[in-house]
Structures are given as structure tokens and as C-alpha cells.
Design a binder for this molecule. Structure first.
Ligand SMILES: Nc1ncnc2c1ncn2[C@@H]1O[C@H](COP(=O)(O)OP(=O)(O)O)[C@@H](O)[C@H]1O
Ligand SMILES: [Mg+2]
Length: 341
């Protein structure tokens, strides 16, 4: 394996310490992914260093100019405090001919907007929940074809920001209140989707042209009262204590029939291509009680920390962390070559 010079691009506030004080301190830290990627790349023999980005592109430009990496490992999820600007960073890297890992700017723009992604997916025969977009400063009027219950979420936020049990609405008054909450508190447009009651799955996909899917992962709750819906609220995703009390776990999905599994994985690959993804992505899906599979969203450059779904499911597929990171680096190096074919 060739030793690479890797600049790990990350938010300036997430540049990790050289060494985590303890495993526990690391687990709770916001820079967990950044730490895991940096330390693992070094352990693999690569020369890896962090480049912090904030409000200004100039320091990034200078940092890349000074050390001329073979590749940028792109962990940047926002720029100048906004996710909307995140695609322009790899766009800049494309312009200066700098190879990087993960998604290309076009794929980032397409998967960033849930409404745009849903429209594209539908036209590619990928089943998505029926939905309506509620833009800020517009009257909130439910299209008649959309019936309750609905799930209201931000059109552009990620990581279950703004998702709680109250996101599931059962009448027009609740719908209006929740959409207004998303507009006012998250400052984004909102989408209301047909609520899919059923199982929830996550599927990792790797590749640029030839795609590989990771094993189907499922979110499960051991102690969820009957009247509480099994959705990934912000607490379910981020609150360790709550996870314990509800018995939240994720692991390889059981009892999926072979045709269901094949259908699911094909659907994920079709979505990946339809949304122009590259490098790696994670699809979030739900299966209705009738057995229909719906794609909820495509996450470009998904959470890569050790012990999280993407890395865990890669491990189960025979790609332990170092191999996974190497695969992502190789795809990044190849992506640029392909762009010039
Ligand atoms: N249409 C839906 N039906 C049922 N549950 C949903 C629906 N949309 C979102 N959810 C729940 O909310 C969670 C977060 O929604 P998602 O679209 O994945 O946004 P995020 O970007 O915040 O992860 C999902 O993991 C799922 O549990
Ligand atoms: Mg999600």
C-alpha cells in the first residue's frame, strides 16, 4: 500500500487533541469522527494532519498550498455556519485539481434538500413517502391528497435536529404548529411526509461507478411503550442515557427475506446513482406494515466514527475500520481520474 499524504479537512472547532484522555472522554466528544479518522490514518502508515476550516477559505487554501497533500479527507459538514455552503468546498477542490474523499458537489446539493431529492428519486422509481414542502413566509396549506398522520421535519437539517414525538402530527392544527416551529426555531423550510409506521433500516453504499452495499442495519428498541412511535428522534440518536432506558440498539437486520433484501439493496443503489453520489453514503429507509420499502433520505459523507452504523456495518461486511478508510481514500483518488475521462 502506498503511503499517502492526507489533509483531513474538518470544522476548526472539531480539530481533536493529539491523544484522547480516555475512551470515555472520546465517546462523548464532538470531535470523535475527526479523532478516529486522523489516528487511524496515522496507524495505517499515512502522513495525516488536520486542517481546520471556519468562515474563511484563505487559511484552507494556504494550508493545502504549503503541504500539498495527495488527497483531502473531507469531513467538513458546513462552511461559515451553513450546510448550504458545504458543497462549495469540494467544488473549490475540483477547481484547483485537488483530489478528495467522499461526495462530489453536485451529489451534495441534490441530497442536501429533502424535497429536491424526493422529486428526483420519485422520477427514478425509488419509492419515497408522499410529501409537501412548506416554505418560509408562505401560507401553510395541506394538499388534499396528503392524509394524516404526517411527519414534519426540516427540509435541510440533518442528524434528527428538530425531530421529536411531536413531529408526528394528526390534524391540520398540529401540522401548522409544527411547521411554524421548524420555520421559527430551525430557520429552514419544512417538509411534511406521509408517516411510515414500521421498521427502520440504514444501508451504507460505497463506490463511484461500481457500487457496493454494506449489510442492512436496523434500529431497534427493547423497551418502547406500545403507544410511542419507534422513530429516531434527536434523543434516540444523541442521548446515551435515553438510549439505555429505551434499549436502543442498531445491528444487522434479521428476518428479512432474500427477495426483500435484494429489493432493498437495489433500491439503495438506484437512489445513490439518481442523486449523483460518490465515495460513500448512507441511506435511511422504512418498511411499512404492508411490507413496502420507502427511502427517507440519502446522507452523503455520513457519520464515520468507530462504533457508529456505517463503520459497524462495514466491519460486518469484512471491512474493518482501516480497510474502510483505505477504500474511501482509493475511491477519492479514482473519482478525480474518472472526472477527466
Ligand atoms: N416519513 C417518515 N415516516 C416515519 N418516520 C420518519 C419519516 N421521516 C423521518 N422519520 C423519522 O425521523 C428520523 C429522521 O428523519 P430523516 O429524514 O432521516 O432526517 P435526518 O436528516 O434528521 O436524519 C428518521 O430516522 C425516522 O425515524
Ligand atoms: Mg436520517
Amino acid at each position: 500500500m502506498k503511503t499517502l499524504r492526507v489533509a483531513v479537512l474538518m470544522h476548526e472547532a472539531l480539530v481533536p487533541p493529539e491523544k484522547a484522555e480516555s475512551e470515555a472522554a472520546k465517546t462523548a466528544a464532538p470531535w470523535r469522527t475527526e479523532y478516529d479518522v486522523l489516528t487511524s490514518l496515522r496507524a495505517m502508515g499515512h502522513e495525516a494532519w488536520p486542517v481546520g476550516a471556519g468562515d474563511d477559505l484563505e487559511p484552507v487554501r494556504r494550508a493545502l498550498d504549503e503541504r500539498r497533500p495527495d488527497i483531502v479527507f473531507n469531513l467538513l459538514e458546513e462552511f461559515r455556519g451553513s450546510r448550504t455552503y458545504a458543497p462549495y468546498v469540494p467544488a473549490y477542490l475540483d477547481l484547483i485539481g485537488q483530489p478528495y474523499t467522499g461526495c462530489n458537489p453536485r451529489g451534495m446539493i441534490l441530497s442536501h434538500s429533502k424535497a429536491l431529492a424526493n422529486r428526483i428519486l420519485r422520477s427514478h422509481r425509488v419509492r419515497v413517502p408522499d410529501f409537501a414542502l412548506f416554505e418560509r413566509d408562505r401560507r401553510i396549506r395541506r394538499p388534499r391528497r396528503l392524509s394524516f398522520p404526517l411527519l414534519v421535519k426540516s427540509a435541510t437539517e440533518h442528524g434528527s435536529v428538530g425531530i421529536s414525538q411531536a413531529s408526528i402530527v394528526r390534524d391540520d392544527e398540529q401540522l401548522r404548529q409544527r411547521v411554524e416551529m421548524v420555520h421559527a426555531q430551525l430557520g429552514t423550510d419544512a417538509v411534511a411526509e406521509q408517516y411510515i409506521e414500521g421498521r427502520e433500516f440504514y444501508v451504507g453504499v460505497l463506490g463511484n461507478r461500481r457500487l457496493e452495499t454494506l449489510p442492512v442495519w436496523e434500529l431497534t428498541f427493547e423497551n418502547l411503550p406500545d403507544n410511542v412511535p419507534n422513530i429516531a428522534t434527536a434523543r434516540v440518536k444523541w442521548d446515551a442515557q435515553y438510549q439505555k432506558s429505551r434499549g436502543v440498539t442498531t445491528g444487522e437486520a434479521r428476518d428479512l427475506s432474500e427477495p426483500q433484501r435484494v429489493h432493498l439493496l437495489r433500491m439503495c443503489k438506484r437512489a445513490y446513482r439518481a442523486l449523483d453520489q460518490s465515495g460513500y453514503a448512507r441511506m435511511d429507509l422504512r418498511q411499512s406494515a404492508e411490507g413496502d420499502m420507502y427511502l427517507l433520505e440519502c446522507n452523503h459523507n455520513p457519520q464515520l466514527a468507530l462504533g457508529e452504523d456505517f463503520a459497524d456495518s462495514a466491519h460486518a461486511a469484512g471491512l474493518p475500520y482501516a480497510k474502510l478508510l483505505q477504500r474511501i481514500l482509493n475511491l477519492g483518488l479514482r473519482q478525480r481520474a474518472q472526472a477527466h475521462e
